[in-house]
Design a protein around this ligand. Structure first.
Ligand code: ZN
Ligand code: ZN
Length: 360
């Protein structure tokens, strides 16, 4: 990973900001900038200095992982206390902190510790850098996606009526690990029959029954990066209604994915899928956005939705996951991961996605 380029990018933002130091406390942001994967670490960055602050438990891990452009400091009485001490030595006056990742209680403490320097609220400074993935990140995410593709094809071979949703979810987690991931990027969602109407329903003790549609949403974690994929399959021959609704979602998913390209607004991307589902008569049954960015976090910027802001740009990795959810009947969702390229987009997911619902 090119941590050096990331630090340079962050410093470019610092030069135009209203603060002279930035403290990064959110752990995935810390990892993104310096490579540290532990659970106690913070960065303090100024125009000329860059510190990584951790506690004694992580001393040797830090020596192995943290990019050499950061000086490691071991905190004896809390990370913020040590950070404040370092910043005072540098005589900084205004210290940016990550408002979205700082509690009110922590802010009260920080304010006291930093005095006479002043804490300045910032939002999404590192997240905005993370939104466009570099080649190393895209390669790792592709590995996480490949594992899920494989896992889906394995499930198609082994799913049988009578298995409970929970048993399937557990099998997914096992199979993801077996295929080389460090774990699942989120608890797998397995919902069958009427329960398919719950977009984020948890797997239950319900056994899957002949005729059920089953929606499986799962992801793997590789080197800290996530994948995210959904397929809906049918246990046995689908009814006309099941095939009709599946096909509508399939069209919304494939056509909106084909429309993704740099410069397309996040709102407009969502509108492509929504237009197709609306014209099929299911506007009210597609209650969430088209997709989201995926990276070190399973849900990150950008958001493809009615309220989505900004435009797609090369290097962004997003999901395209329209769905239709009908209470008392069930639901369908299809989700792929897609990377925006210089002149279009490329689908990373290769799990089978035929126009006719897969019937097991
Ligand atoms: Zn998903
Ligand atoms: Zn998703």
């Amino acid at each position: 990973m090119n941590y050096s380029a990331r630090l340079d990018n962050l410093r470019r933002k610092l030069s135009s900001a209203k603060y002279d130091a930035l403290v990064i406390s959110e752990l995935n942001n810390v990892r993104y900038l310096c490579g540290f994967t532990g659970t106690s670490g913070m960065l303090a960055i100024t125009a000329n200095e860059a510190y990584f602050i951790t506690d004694f438990r992580y001393q040797s891990q830090a020596a192995e992982q943290v990019d050499p452009r950061y000086q490691t400091a071991i905190a004896e009485k809390g990370l913020w206390k040590e950070t404040a001490r370092l910043l005072k030595k540098l005589k900084v006056k205004r210290v940016g902190f990550e408002a979205e990742h700082t509690s009110v209680a922590a802010l009260e403490d920080i304010t006291k510790l930093l005095k006479p320097a002043e804490p300045i609220s910032t939002q999404r400074i590192v997240e905005d850098l993370r939104v466009r993935k570099d080649a190393d990140e895209i390669a790792i995410i592709q590995c996480a996606v490949d594992i899920i593709d494989d896992c889906f094809h394995y499930l198609c071979d082994m799913l049988r009526p009578g298995m409970t949703e929970i048993a399937i979810a557990n099998e997914i987690e096992r199979s993801i690990r077996e295929r080389g991931a460090s774990g699942a990027s989120f608890t797998p969602i397995v919902v069958s029959g009427e329960r398919g109407a719950l977009p984020h329903g948890r797997a239950s003790n319900k056994p899957i029954a002949p005729g059920d549609m089953v929606t499986i949403d799962m992801g793997a974690l590789v080197d800290g990066y996530c994948s995210d994929c959904t397929r809906t399959i049918c246990m046995g021959k689908p009814t006309r209604e099941q095939q009709k609704i599946y096909e509508l979602v399939w069209r919304a998913q494939t056509e909106s994915s084909a429309a993704l390209r740099p410069g397309l607004g996040c709102k407009e991307a969502d509108a492509v899928a929504r237009g197709i589902i609306d014209s099929g008569g299911y506007a009210e049954q597609f209650g969430h956005g088209l997709g989201h960015g995926v990276g070190l976090d399973i849900h990150e910027q950008p958001r493809l939705s009615k309220l989505g802001k900004g435009k797609l740009a090369p290097g962004m990795i997003v999901t395209s996951e329209p769905g239709i959810y009908i209470e008392g009947w069930g639901g369908v969702r299809i989700e792929d991961m897609i990377v925006i390229t210089a002149d279009g987009a490329q689908t990373l997911t290769h799990a089978s996605k035929p126009r006719k619902i897969i019937a097991l």
